[in-house]
Design a binder for this molecule. Structure first.
Ligand SMILES: NC(=O)c1ccc[n+]([C@@H]2O[C@H](COP(=O)([O-])OP(=O)(O)OC[C@H]3O[C@@H](n4cnc5c(N)ncnc54)[C@H](O)[C@@H]3O)[C@@H](O)[C@H]2O)c1
Ligand SMILES: O=C(O)[C@H](O)COP(=O)(O)O
Length: 528
């Protein structure tokens, strides 16, 4: 059997050698194809390899009936429609480690170039101007580098910045004060990092939660002498807000390797003298390109020949027999985690999943994996899947525990998820109702009956006459229709909980008003 592998973006020749040497592979190496050509070539491809240039849309994936694997020769998979791939049974793999060093080094190169105006001075000199006074820079020593996103690349940048004798302060949802101290940096919340930074660098994935993480409000918190860097993904920093801040001298400079729309030729940010930029070169070194191409080629070959993926992004590692028994529970498991983690404050330390009722007889590990994935996905994005969820939790120092008991409080099956953070411990329990699908039946100590889907608002309040009416009025004024409302309480006049499902998301201003009401202890808006 011969496998057809389509190379859609330029890859390292040495890196793809294993593919060329394989006897059972035919390579179609035509990087930079127009959409229609790509669609046509995908029609009979078994695998495709992309970098960040090619966007693997649903239309392309659905037009490829033989496609079994998409390999991302790099880290970010925001250019691949993962839902479409999963729905069509296409495994997506990436190369998470191969370009870490190169991207960290590129960030440091940008940091130094930004501090010393190197590109601007070079441009002037090439134009015959020996300018020294206008090109005076700043030292890095004793300056504070703020890092948002302390994963693989963020950590390497921190290490290098310390070598430059900089102070480092970082925020990452998995970082605690203790962990930060261990690596010799300071821990801070996002606001602390923004306020303290002389230089700010972002190293998160691009996803719903990090889109425009650095927006107008965030930039307003920064010192006017501060400079910002983005060598992660365009879209994490709001480009319009950055442009305004630079024009109004509220920020001193920016170094950008990535843009919301690439190629960013002619972008208005590039007209500003305070901006230096590169065309998405973070991973563009001989070494990184060879690493990622080798990793992804090996993984693709292995999968096509019937093996298991090494760096899967979207697959579920469950045998067909186990899958058949557990299938209906996956939706419940997948919803409970994000429901609870959206409500929980603090840095995640432990996840415990408790199974009761008929589930006790089953191999529940795949459900546990699925729940952990749902919780971690909130911060780690689409790279977390059922296969790598446990590994990712371990990596972040999070304990995962599973236990079973026959006591199911009258339900045929019951899954209880407990999340312990450095600030609180919260639980949610759910069941699968025959014919009605997943239901949340308990939130902390309160009994509820909530369908975990759509736009939800979860409120902790004081059980007082009029509290429910006030919430109803506020929603009515905001034009938000309440579809269902569940109220639970411990006893009369004590603490209580409301879970509302609404027809459209609550706007920020309305959520703030809700939080400001004297009867309300906490209010969260979520979308499942
Ligand atoms: N410029 C380039 O060429 C280039 C090269 C490689 C990677 N990248 C980008 O860099 C990103 C990071 O890569 P990595 O290998 O370090 O990934 P990683 O998964 O190791 O680290 C990402 C970190 O971001 C943290 N995070 C998630 N949400 C956050 C939030 N709201 N606030 C703060 N932190 C948050 C996560 O907890 C995690 O620790 C990739 O997703 C990719 O898009 C760019
Ligand atoms: O996510 C990544 O790995 C980087 O953005 C690299 O992208 P590239 O493969 O297009 O250089």
């Amino acid at each position: 059997m011969t496998f057809r592998i389509l190379i859609c973006d330029p890859l390292s020749e040495d890196g793809v050698k294993p593919l060329y040497e394989a006897e059972d592979v035919e390579i179609i190496d035509t990087p930079g194809m127009e959409f229609d050509v790509l669609k046509q070539k995908l029609a009979n491809a078994d695998a495709a390899i992309v970098r960040s240039q090619t966007t693997m849309t649903r239309e392309l994936i659905e037009a490829a009936p033989n496609l079994k694997v998409i390999g991302r020769a790099g880290v970010g998979v925001d250019n691949i429609d993962l839902d479409a791939a999963t729905e069509n049974g296409v495994i997506v793999v990436n190369a998470p480690d191969g370009n870490t060093m190169s991207t960290a080094e590129h960030t440091m190169a940008m940091l130094m170039a930004l501090a010393r105006n190197i590109p601007q001075a070079y441009n002037l000199l090439r134009n015959g101007r020996w300018e020294r006074k206008a090109m005076v820079g700043v030292e890095l020593k004793d300056k504070t580098l703020g890092i948002i996103g302390l994963g693989r690349i963020g950590k390497e940048v921190a290490r290098r910045a310390k070598g430059q004798r900089m102070d480092v302060i970082a925020y990452d949802p998995f970082l605690t004060k203790e962990k930060a101290e261990k690596i010799g940096i300071e821990y801070g919340g996002v606001e602390d990092v923004l306020k303290a930074a002389d230089f700010l660098t972002v190293h998160t994935p691009l996803m719903k939660e990090t889109h425009h993480l650095i927006d107008r409000e965030a930039l307003k918190l920064m010192k006017p002498s501060a400079r910002v860097l983005n060598c992660a993904r365009g879209g994490i920093i709001d480009e319009e807000a950055l442009y305004e801040a630079l024009k109004e001298k509220r920020i001193a400079g920016a170094a950008l390797d990535v843009f919301e729309n690439e190629p960013a030729v002619g972008h208005k940010l590039l007209e500003l003298d305070e901006v230096i930029a590169t065309p998405h070169l973070g991973a563009s070194t001989v070494e990184a390109q060879e690493n990622v191409a080798v990793d992804v080629s090996e993984d693709i070959l292995h999968i096509l020949r019937g093996g298991t993926a090494k760096h899967p992004v979207n697959v579920r590692a469950v045998s067909p027999e186990v899958m058949e028994q557990l299938e209906p529970y996956f939706e419940l498991a997948e919803k409970l985690g994000p429901f609870l983690s959206n409500l929980t404050k603090g840095v995640l330390e432990k996840i415990t999943i408790h199974y009761a009722g008929e589930l006790v007889q089953r191999d529940t590990l795949p459900l546990t994996r699925c729940t952990v994935k749902g919780i971690l996905k909130l911060h780690l994005g689409s790279r977390i899947n059922d296969v790598n969820a446990f590994m990712a939790a371990k990596d972040k120092g999070i304990v995962v525990d599973e236990n079973k008991s026959t006591v199911s409080r009258g339900f045929t099956n019951l899954i209880t998820v407990e999340i312990k953070t450095n600030e609180e411990t919260r639980t949610v329990a759910g069941t699968l109702l025959n014919g009605l699908g997943p239901r949340i039946v308990k939130l902390d100590q309160y009994s509820v009956d909530v369908q975990p889907t759509g736009h939800l608002v979860v409120i902790r309040h004081h059980d007082k006459p009029g509290a429910i009416g006030k919430v109803g009025n506020l929603f009515a004024e905001a034009g938000v229709n309440i579809a269902t409302m569940q109220v639970g309480r411990k006893g009369e006049g004590g603490h209580a909980v409301m879970v509302l499902s609404v027809d459209r998301p609550l706007e920020d201003a309305c959520l703030e008003k809700l939080r400001g009401m004297e009867e309300i202890r906490q209010a969260h808006r979520l979308e499942l």
